[in-house]
Design a protein around this ligand. Structure first.
Ligand code: FMN
Length: 215
């Protein structure tokens, strides 16, 4: 069967649950917390993974990263500040996040602006990472071209050797976190006949305003 035939035949139906404004918490971070807990309880793979979308000179770019904390309603993730996304974020701090929890037939979209996290958070989180991940963060020039897998492994081995006598590895300056301050949320619950529920939160001077969107 060709991929296009397969694609034509793929047709899921969504009928697990519903979501109405009357079910939604007035605070979107609390609503997020509730759906995130459901995703963990449903044993969704990597429930903290989300697509991070950025824009560079009008060109959208996207990749998956992991949510690592929510501090004062701000969403934190960690990466290499010198990566492609790091350069994009230095240029344009407007981002979008997309969480997808298929077993629950749910999607959450968030838009907001981003800033670098306090270095103390990055230091603390770096120390919690397994040693191999710490070495990897030091060794990998994320998003740069490398000649071969061999060259990459050599970078890792060299860094591993360099730090072999260090009990605690210091966070490199090029690695750390960002926090996203949301201005918009959409909670999407799949429903029958493509008549899905979409409840949005928009931030204004009074706080959060909730509405329903057509699917
Ligand atoms: C499930 C999953 C989780 C990931 N988590 C992270 C992460 O937390 N931080 C990160 O820098 N990259 C993470 N990545 C890798 C990114 O998707 C991406 O390849 C990398 O950050 C380079 O992106 P860039 O070249 O756009 O900067 C993850 C990828 C997957 C598939």
């Amino acid at each position: 069967m060709s991929i296009n035939q397969t694609l034509e035949n793929l047709r899921g139906s969504y009928r697990n649950a519903s979501f109405d404004i009357s079910d939604a918490n007035s605070r979107p971070d609390i609503q997020f917390d509730s759906w995130f807990k459901d995703a963990v309880a449903a044993e969704c793979d990597e429930p903290n993974a989300f697509v991070l979308s950025t824009v560079l000179n009008g060109q959208p770019r996207a990749r998956v990263v992991l949510l690592k904390g929510i501090h004062n309603e701000n969403f934190a993730f960690y990466t290499n500040y010198n990566s492609a996304k790091g350069a994009e974020l230095a240029n344009n701090s407007h981002v979008a996040m997309t969480f997808l929890w298929l077993p629950l037939q749910r999607q959450i979209r968030i838009e907001g602006t981003l800033q670098k996290i306090d270095s103390a958070f990055s230091d603390e989180y770096f120390q919690k990472r397994p040693r191999g991940n710490q070495i990897g963060a030091i060794a990998s020039p994320q998003s740069q071209k490398v000649a071969s897998r061999h060259e990459l492994e050599k970078l890792f081995q060299d860094a591993d050797k360099k730090y072999s006598n260090e009990v605690e590895i210091k966070r490199p300056e090029h690695w750390g976190g960002y926090t996203i301050t949301p201005t918009y949320f959409e909670f999407w619950q799949g429903r029958e006949n493509r008549m899905h529920d979409r409840i949005i939160y928009e931030k204004n001077s009074q706080g959060w305003h909730l509405s329903r969107l057509a699917p």
